[in-house]
Ligand binder design. Sequence first.
Ligand code: FES
Length: 134
Amino acid sequence: MSTGSGTGGEGATLDVERVICALADLADPGSRAFTIGRGDWPLRGLVVRRGHEVHAYLNRCPHAGHPLNLRPHEFLTPDRTLVVCNSHGAVFEIATGYCVAGPCAGASLQRIPVEVHHGYVLVAPDAPLEALAD
Ligand code: FES
């Protein structure tokens, strides 16, 4: 399933190249920025935890392509129910990335498939990282 991940998961060897963060590094609800890949154009994303779900998206707003956050790791509205773009105020559902209000209402953040293994949040092995980074 590519629509987020539960917080379980056992039995796989941990691929450190795909690690985003420890699950314990995410408040509930909470968010973090991350970078995956090397070189001049690594993939920059955000990960959000809410309850037993973890969701990740490209840190690129569909309105004007800006990063969503102004301060490190702060992607949520003050009530922590939505993801917010600090450039012009678009707000997105945590579970879907769908923009429910703002200048890009009806558009969506680009999902990055993730999974949780052994207490770590990882990019899913089938995630199209090169396509996402374009
Ligand atoms: S760039 Fe995000 S709302 Fe304009």
